[in-house]
Design a binder for this molecule. Structure first.
Ligand code: URA
Length: 209
């Protein structure tokens, strides 16, 4: 699929299978999500720009590559996005963070905004939006709308699971935003849940069901 990178690394697929299993505990699910976020983060940051810095090794001076970490923003769509955010911040501790509060109206499945806080200079940064489930695509589209409305121009979307209808909706609305996911599942059920999926990611992470 154009604009979609499926991170099919065996470790990602193995961990995802354990996360999908309904017998996996809340603690296990959270730990695996954090581990997977490190592997997905590796892929989504693969082409980050490097600068150099002068350092002294024990033997000589060198111009060594270093990340422009302050140029990066991780934008977490609350609440499940935080499960991916923590691992990503382990990878790039200097990154800035945005929080986007959206909930799904259970009748219409539309995304409703209730919170937004982000660095003011979004236009100067690569913004990686994180939310584990790309389902209808409503909240993903709304999150990108909100970020673009506040000046973001360079964006990527990172999730754990996506479905074709969500990808299509998202890509039509934001063809300039590449998607990174660990898997593309079959379809949505009538309540907007991904099948076979893993259930409600927020509930699985926080034990709120
Ligand atoms: N959000 C979830 O947490 N799970 C789904 O299957 C769809 C949306």
């Amino acid at each position: 699929m154009k604009g979609v990178t499926v991170v099919d690394h065996p470790l990602v697929q193995h961990k995802l299978t354990i996360m999908r299993n309904k017998e996996t505990s809340t603690a296990g699910f959270r730990r695996l999500l954090r581990e997977i976020s490190l592997l997905l983060g590796y892929e989504v940051t693969r082409d980050l720009e490097l600068t150099t810095t002068t350092i002294e090794t024990p033997l000589q001076t060198m111009e060594a590559p270093t990340l422009e970490g302050k140029k990066l923003v991780f934008a977490s769509v609350l609440r499940a996005g935080n499960g991916l955010l923590e691992g990503l911040l382990d990878l790039v501790p200097a990154a800035r963070v945005a929080h986007i509060g959206l909930y799904r109206d259970h009748e219409t499945l539309e995304a409703v905004e209730y919170f937004f806080k982000a660095p003011s200079d979004l236009g100067d940064r690569l913004v990686i939006v994180v939310d584990p489930m790309l389902a209808t695509g409503n909240s993903a589209v709304a999150a990108i709308d909100m970020l673009k409305g506040r000046g973001a121009v360079n964006l990527r979307y990172l999730c754990l699971l996506a479905v074709p209808e969500g990808i299509e909706h998202f890509s039509k609305a934001h063809p300039d935003v590449p998607i990174y996911t660990a898997a593309i599942d079959s379809h949505l059920n009538e309540k907007g849940y991904i099948l076979p999926g893993l259930g409600d990611a927020g509930d699985r992470m926080y034990g709120t069901k």
